[in-house]
Design a protein around this ligand. Structure first.
Ligand SMILES: Cc1cc2nc3c(=O)[nH]c(=O)nc-3n(C[C@H](O)[C@H](O)[C@H](O)COP(=O)(O)OP(=O)(O)OC[C@H]3O[C@@H](n4cnc5c(N)ncnc54)[C@H](O)[C@@H]3O)c2cc1C
Length: 326
């Protein structure tokens, strides 16, 4: 017999809630409202216990933390084991989190191990009852919305962070924290963590940034991107790019925006020398304001741009940067 409660899973836990974690909590609150249940949080990883105070005013009934040694370095197996161990006896109606590279990796394993259905990158909860869920997600590169109808007492779902927000004001009541101890090993025998190579940058993270300056193939590589970086410096913005840019080897893969890259929803998105292919727009169409600079007046990006400038970016971008300095 499942409860009417909702569990939002955050892991690996950052030192304080990111935009995607707050969105996951917004997603959890929406689910909780539908079934009149309570919202709990499960924080996983080495930072879980110390970060729990940062999550304490977001409206959770309770925060559970698991900081098992096998979670110190991310592996899908250890995180899957931790979630399954925690949830198997607790019978939550709804398990959720934000879509991220980690949850794309371990949530399907959790669903398979628990034997429950999963929906990914949900945009809306149309209906949630004790044994029925109707969840909306984008299909065909965002050109259609599909409503999934899922029966059963338990469900696991990730949300698209751009679709959910946690209300800005913090909840006065502090969520109590319970440290959960798992005494057995979580790591998979025969698999060993060796090392992690991380790229660090002073710029804001692409999925967290309020402003993104994104460049396409028309930047012609290093010369154009240097101009975009100067503009981004002036605006305190993150840098993004199209797949054509990544495929050309001009920018690393983690800066790609789109269907097979990151989905972003900043307040301001500059699309510079980007044609506006549907696969790119799938990743940035939820941006609040889109500014496009392209020398082709018929470029499809102008169809979704709020402000458009038909110009050569090699001339327009330095002028814009200079104007912002003044
Ligand atoms: C399965 C699949 C998944 C994909 N996933 C993604 C994805 O996640 N993200 C993504 O971005 N793409 C993705 N693509 C690729 C996508 O279809 C496009 O090929 C790509 O987005 C085009 O990138 P672009 O706009 O940089 O290049 P182009 O389409 O070549 O456009 C370059 C633009 O620059 C303009 N331009 C040229 N010179 C200048 C100048 N000096 N000043 C101003 N404007 C100039 C041109 O007018 C043109 O509009 C995917 C494709 C497939 C098939």
């Amino acid at each position: 017999m499942t409860t009417a409660d909702v569990l939002i899973i955050v892991g690996p836990t950052p030192s304080s809630p990111r935009k995607i974690d707050r969105a996951a909590i917004g997603f959890g609150r929406k689910a909780t409202d539908c079934i009149s249940g309570e919202l709990d949080l499960l924080l996983l990883g080495p930072a879980a216990e110390t970060a729990s105070s940062q999550f304490a005013h977001l409206g959770a009934r309770k925060i559970y933390t698991i900081g098992h040694a096998d979670l110190a370095n991310y592996t899908a197996e250890a995180y899957t084991h931790a979630v399954c161990d925690f949830t198997s006896e607790r019978n939550y109606r709804f398990l959720g989190g934000s879509a991220s590279s980690a949850t794309r990796d371990y949530f399907p394993r959790v669903a398979a191990r628990l034997g429950i259905p999963m929906a990914s990158e949900v945009l809306e909860i149309d209906q949630l009852t004790a044994d029925q869920a109707q969840l909306v997600r984008a299909v065909f590169v965002g050109n259609l919305l599909a409503t999934l109808s899922i029966s059963g007492p338990q469900i696991l779902a990730t949300c698209r962070a751009s679709a959910f927000e946690v209300p800005a004001e913090e909840v006065a009541t502090e969520s109590p924290v319970e440290v959960v101890t798992i005494s057995h090993a979580l790591a998979l025998a025969g698999k060993q963590f060796l090392s992690l190579t991380e790229q660090t940058s002073d710029r804001p993270d692409l999925t967290e940034a309020e402003i993104i300056v994104s460049g396409g193939r028309g930047t012609r590589g290093a010369e154009g991107f240097q101009l975009l970086e100067q503009l981004a410096d002036q605006l305190g913005a993150a840098i993004g790019c199209t797949r054509a840019v990544v495929d050309s080897g001009w920018m690393p893969n983690d800066l790609q925006v789109g269907q097979t890259g990151k989905v972003v929803a900043p307040k301001l998105y500059f699309a510079v020398a980007i044609s506006g292919a549907i696969q790119h727009m799938a990743g940035m169409r939820s941006s609040k304001t889109v500014v496009a600079i392209n020398k082709d007046p018929d470029a499809p990006i102008f169809e979704i741009a709020d402000l458009g400038l038909v110009a050569d970016m090699l001339e327009a971008v330095p002028q814009l940067t200079e104007a912002l300095k003044g």
